[in-house]
Design a protein around this ligand. Structure first.
Ligand code: NAD
Length: 364
């Protein structure tokens, strides 16, 4: 019987509502497959700002480092949104990524056949969409220095720096190639090499590594073209790698292919151990959805799929991960819907009921 320590950071808005279901899913898996999950709940984001004046406390970061995985809901909301606020909720997330060295963000995007109607795209374009986007997470323009805003000669100006070194690019490239090998052996690398020096380095390093993976086909695509191809031929992508900012943008675009933000999970991983596992942070790609917070109608499926990724990447429990993913798929195939994925007139379930429907289908 294996024991795993999970730090649970529900955050703000619908974060606590969906995280509670993620925790229940792990408990259900633990019961069925005889594992023990020990949960440590803590505060992050707006809640932490209210309680402690910081978006995350140092002791929470220490607890994260000691755990096997972090289950994270979402942070933010109108209360803390002022651009002039000295502390911002998302600083808690950025601190976690930095302190835990989580440099890769994995976002699988799948168009469930039963949900094709929920996307604004035509069903025939979406058929067969099954891709994994890997976004570099700890470098690039979000972290490069100088980053500053100043007044020069009475005029406001601001500067950001898009920095990458070859090691940062290489580790993402290797992860992309290795992952593609286990899937359909196709890797798309996204950059803006026609304009940016950092992108030219990105492309050079990815191309240099490619011969180590002769069985994987590599395609370079400029980010502006990529935004178009994602809509025109989304099913042609298998594994996609991108830097921090481009990855941020194209993953949100890609999320529309899955129908709803409420369906898509993500995993943030650092350098893995020899056994291919490691500490990871698992969070749905959606935010705190203040418009539906407290109503009990948030879609818990993204969070349940996050727990499946947690089982796979941090616990090495592939069979359990698949059991949970299959249960989600069955619930959707059986016509169960939260409001965000329901067609007009379809009966809908609340957060708890939807999660119950999935848990009933584990191993069924
Ligand atoms: N990682 C994070 O914690 C994270 C990510 C994105 C946004 N945010 C924060 O969340 C707040 C709201 O941001 P936003 O409105 O741009 O994005 P959002 O993802 O919270 O919501 C966008 C839309 O999707 C819907 N939605 C999101 N998740 C859903 C779910 N599980 N089920 C059903 N519907 C769902 C919302 O109701 C809303 O209409 C902001 O404060 C933002 O900064 C946090």
């Amino acid at each position: 019987m294996a024991t795993f320590d999970i730090l649970v950071l529900p955050g703000d808005g619908i974060g606590p509502e969906v995280t509670a279901e993620g925790r229940r899913a792990l408990e259900a898996i633990g019961e069925r497959f005889e594992h023990v999950f020990r949960f440590t709940p803590d505060t992050v984001g707006g809640g932490a700002i209210d309680a402690y004046g910081v978006a995350i406390r140092p002791e929470t970061l220490e607890a994260a480092k000691r755990s096997d995985a972090v289950l994270f809901g979402a942070v933010g909301g109108p209360k803390w949104d002022s651009p002039r606020a000295p502390v911002r909720p998302e600083q808690g997330l950025l601190a976690l990524r930095r302190e835990l060295g989580l440099w890769a963000n994995l976002r699988p995007v799948k168009a469930e056949p039963a949900l094709l109607h929920a996307s604004p795209l035509r069903p025939e374009v979406l058929e067969g969409v099954d891709m994994l986007v890997i976004r570099e997470l700890t470098s690039g323009i979000y972290f490069g220095t100088p980053q500053a805003r100043r007044v020069v000669n009475g005029r406001r100006e601001a500067v950001d720096t898009d920095y990458y070194n070859e090691e940062e690019v290489a580790r993402v490239a290797h992860l992309g190639f290795r992952t593609a090998r286990e899937r359909r052996r196709h890797l798309t690398s996204v950059d803006k090499a026609n304009v940016l020096a950092s992108s030219r380095l990105w492309r050079e390093v990815v191309s240099e590594i490619a011969p180590e993976y002769p069985d994987v086909t590599l395609e370079h695509v400029l980010v502006d073209a990529m935004t178009m191809h994602l809509i025109r031929r989304p099913a042609s992508f298998d594994v996609v790698i991108a830097d921090n900012m481009f990855g941020d943008i194209i993953t949100d675009e890609a999320s529309m292919l899955g129908g709803s933000m409420g369906m898509l999970p993500s995993a943030s991983l650092g350098t893995l151990r020899e056994d291919g596992l490691g500490l990871g942070l698992y969070e749905p790609i959606h935010g705190s959805a203040p418009d539906i917070a407290g109503k009990g109608i948030a879609n818990p499926l993204a969070m349940l799929l996050c727990t499946a990724m947690l089982l796979r990447h941090s616990c090495g429990l592939e069979e359990e991960a698949r059991a949970l993913e299959r249960a989600v798929q069955r619930a959707v195939e059986d016509g169960l819907r939260t409001p965000d994925i329901a067609a007009k007139g379809e009966r809908t379930l609340g957060t708890r009921e939807m999660a119950d429907a999935v848990l009933e289908r584990i191993g069924g």
